[in-house]
Write a protein that binds this ligand. Structure first.
Ligand code: ZN
Length: 110
């Protein structure tokens, strides 16, 4: 496969799928890099955060640094384009980004 973007670009985008409540909430269009479905950020109803002991917890009401779960497949792989320039409306980018993170086992290892 020929990548249309440098690996650093994919890596940077991937970091935005973590602790991303601020970017996902209120964003009209988000994509999941696991299942490649798209949805409104407000459709996300499940989030991961950490309790006072640093243990991961699942919550329904996100805090600022909660991590979104995809409402379709439940994976923590949601990317929005709020406050960044990732071309998530570009199908080719989404396909390549998804292939990249799947190839690196990023999605599976979360
Ligand atoms: Zn998904």
């Amino acid at each position: 496969m020929t990548w249309n973007y440098p690996a650093e670009f994919f890596e940077d985008a991937w970091t935005h799928t973590f602790e991303n409540a601020r970017e996902v909430r209120g964003c009209p269009f988000c994509v999941c890099l696991g299942c490649r479905n798209s949805f409104s950020g407000d459709a996300v109803y499940f989030w991961t955060d950490f309790n006072d002991q640093g243990e991961p917890i699942k919550i329904r009401q996100p805090r600022e640094k909660s991590t979104a779960h995809c409402p379709k497949c439940n994976q923590e792989a949601v990317l929005s384009n709020k406050d960044n320039d990732f071309p998530i409306l570009n199908t080719e980018f989404v396909e390549q980004m998804s292939s990249y993170v799947t190839k690196q086992d990023y999605v599976e290892n979360r």
